[in-house]
Design a protein around this ligand. Structure first.
Ligand SMILES: O=C[C@H](O)COP(=O)(O)O
Length: 239
């Protein structure tokens, strides 16, 4: 199955609080991503806060889509499955799971543990561009019934996505994911100037946090910066 190729990528915006979530809903984003940046690349919200966020999103008419990260965990089957189940139980429709550097021989066992769950919940695999990701693993996620796959960076102090992987490699990643019918995203300290070269690869979405904040990704979301990224992605202003 080949996935739909979007004319322009959508905007995934990571938000750290319910207030930021309301701001992002007002500005308008395609995927509202519930993440706690002060707890790592894939820092998780507390379950009760996720339940409240789902209620806020539904009350707003459930625009676009809603994702949440499960936290930064090692590649351990039970641990990842438990974290994914805990997140999905809150009602969040898209659950993002990081596949961190480590014992890659553990990947088959992790996917076996997640496969039954992936049939009930839309799971997004997050690979890290700064950890020499094995892009040949993309078909394995599709075979495990994942809904999507994205690239991000784990070490936010070590440069953005394009500092770690050349455009040609990113193009191969997007094409491989699309060929498997997976929702495909790119992220990792992206700046407004990265939008044009990455949009040309036609992923389904580009993900942002740091560029949306005045003083780094753990500071507050700035609605003006968010609107500028939204408008650049939509082609209303040039990068
Ligand atoms: O999922 C997207 C990330 O939250 C991106 O965060 P970042 O732009 O700070 O790397």
């Amino acid at each position: 199955m080949t996935a739909h190729v979007p004319a322009r990528p959508g905007l995934l915006a990571s938000v750290a609080t319910l207030d930021e979530m309301r701001t992002a809903l007002a500005v308008g984003v395609d995927i509202l991503d519930l993440k706690n940046p002060s707890e790592g690349a894939l820092g998780a919200w507390a379950p009760q806060a996720l339940v409240e966020a789902v209620a806020v999103w539904r009350a707003a008419g459930a625009p676009g889509n809603l994702s949440a990260t499960v936290g930064d965990h090692p590649l351990e089957p039970d641990l990842l499955r438990t974290a994914a189940e805990r997140t999905a139980a809150t009602g969040v429709p898209l659950v993002k799971i990081g596949f961190a550097l480590g014992d890659t021989t553990a990947l088959p066992a992790v996917l076996d543990a997640l496969r039954p769950f992936a049939r009930e919940t839309r799971l997004i695999a997050v690979l890290f561009a700064d950890q020499a990701p094995d892009l040949a693993a993309v078909p394995l996620f599709a075979a495990a019934d994942f809904h999507g796959v994205m690239l991000d960076t784990a070490d936010k102090a070590a440069g953005g996505l394009l500092a770690h992987l050349p455009v040609e490699t990113l193009a191969r990643f997007v094409a491989a994911a699309r060929a498997e019918g997976l929702l495909t995203g790119l992220a990792g300290s992206l700046k407004v100037a990265d939008i044009a070269p990455l949009a040309a690869l036609r992923p389904h979405y580009l993900g942002f946090r740091g560029a949306l904040c005045a003083e780094g990704r753990t500071s507050a979301l700035d609605p003006l910066r968010l609107a500028a990224v939204r408008d650049t992605l939509a082609g209303r202003i040039l990068a």
